[in-house]
Write a protein that binds this ligand. Structure first.
Ligand code: URA
Length: 440
């Protein structure tokens, strides 16, 4: 008879599990037959001893099959077979790309059905950001998610407890047992949820830097390879960008403020780095889905959808379909805004040498824009405006960061992080590349 203690001991001793053993363990986790301490012990054994390729594929498949799986219709629509493409970022600061990319890719003819997360640790989450739109429903039922993405080409929702439910249990325990930064655990966590939510192809944005799970390019490249290998082994196409997360993406960090910046980008304005990354991601989605033959034609199609306003109209349509106030697309003042502003000025003249993404994420959490405990109600209006980027010239006394907040004690808590966020150097410092690697 299968024995959970024997199973844990095998991984502790560096032995491999069979696919049947892994499937049995995942079922036991989902059904509550394995205790949290046993699951945690196994997670630590995997953290230390890893999973071989066959184990990783079998474990991911078992996680993806632990609940419902979304299946999209494959029949041609208006004479064309529409592919469902998903985009996934490994998490960062100021990363609002999903809010732009999902409607933009749908405006280019793809079906984008995307399940997103809430903030995790010091990183922000798309679900929290979009919930700052009055009325917006980010808890779509599987039926509604499927119907909406089929009818209007795009649906964004929070993870449902019925899709990959065992993965949710592992994820919560990893968060509190020091087992998050493990390549097999991260890649199986991401790919299993993508498979359960029904997409045919994935584009991964692996973040690299102080505000990311992977701090250096070599670890980010390893994660990109692991995601591609796992997707391929489970019959899905994928491509991957490795992108910089040493400093926040764009000009704004927070929840409502990032929705406002996304509307700006969809309206043809907004910071160049975020616009560039969004176009690169949509182009990759168009190529991987076969909707466009070449990176050049994909880029042209994405730029046209952005510049013509088709992406913005699709965003408004998606917002209305999810009960949100679609007037946000024309008038972002419907979003909550903070009552107070505090400006940080540069202490010296020179070049910006540091604008640390992780500190920005911790500052937002201290301002109430992220959670310290599960279930905390967050302040959707708190935000940071990043006025200078690494490599920019700055004069003593020039504003570099604006803090938008509601509560003075929270400002004090945030200032400790902001104090470590920024540095000026006398010798010039190079501007950072945004897209560090592409993997097809
Ligand atoms: N995102 C996920 O879904 N899982 C991880 O482990 C890390 C990032």
């Amino acid at each position: 008879m299968w024995d959970v203690i024997d199973f844990i001991e095998r991984k502790r001793d560096g032995l491999a599990h069979s696919p049947e053993e892994l499937a049995g363990f995942v079922t036991a986790v989902r059904d509550g037959a394995a205790a949290d301490y046993q699951i945690s012990a196994w997670l630590m054994a995997v953290f230390l001893n890893g999973l071989c390729e066959a184990e990783l594929v079998a474990f991911t498949d078992a996680l993806a099959s632990s609940g419902e799986k979304v299946v999209f219709p494959k029949a041609p629509k208006n004479g064309r077979t529409i592919l469902t493409v998903d985009k996934h970022s490994t998490g960062g600061i100021g990363d609002k790309t999903t809010i732009v990319v999902a409607p933009l890719a749908a405006a280019c003819g793809l079906r984008v059905a995307k399940l997103s997360g809430r903030g995790l640790g010091f990183t922000g989450g798309t679900v929290d950001k979009l919930e700052s739109i009055p009325g917006m429903n980010m808890r779509l039922s599987t039926d509604r998610f499927l119907k909406q993405s089929d009818e209007i080409g795009v649906a964004l929702s929070g993870y449902s407890a019925t899709l990959a439910p065992a993965e949710g249990i592992f994820y919560a325990l990893r968060d509190v047992t020091g087992t998050v930064p493990s390549l097999p655990l991260i890649s199986s966590s991401i790919v299993s949820k993508k498979i359960a939510s029904g997409a045919d192809a994935f584009v991964f944005d692996v973040k690299c830097g102080s505000g990311a799970l992977m701090a250096d390019p070599a670890s980010a490249a390893n994660l990109a390879d692991a995601l591609a290998g796992l997707s391929g082994a489970l019959g899905r196409k994928s491509s991957c960008l490795v992108t910089d997360m040493e400093q926040p993406l764009g000009e704004w960090v927070g929840n409502a403020v990032e929705v406002r910046e996304s509307v700006d980008i969809l309206s043809g304005r907004g910071p160049a780095d975020t616009r560039e990354l969004c176009l690169a991601l949509v182009s990759a989605m168009l190529v991987i889905s076969g909707a466009e033959d070449s990176p050049a034609s994909a880029r042209k199609a994405s730029e046209e959808a952005l510049d013509s306003g088709a992406g913005l109209r699709k965003f408004a349509e998606m917002t209305a379909a999810q009960d949100g106030d679609a007037s946000v697309a024309d008038d972002p003042s419907v979003l909550p805004s903070a009552a107070k502003k505090h400006t940080i000025e540069s202490p010296g003249t020179g070049t910006v040498a540091k604008m640390d993404a992780r500190c920005a994420g911790m500052a937002i959490r201290a301002l109430g824009g992220g959670r310290l405990r599960k279930g905390d109600v967050i302040d959707l209006s708190a935000g940071l405006r990043i006025m200078k980027k690494i490599g920019d010239r700055v004069e003593k006394g020039e504003p570099v960061i604006e803090i938008f907040y509601n509560c003075d004690s929270r400002l004090q808590a945030a200032e400790a992080h902001i104090g470590r966020m920024f540095a000026v150097s006398d010798p010039p410092v190079a501007k950072r590349e945004l897209i560090l690697m592409k993997r097809d």
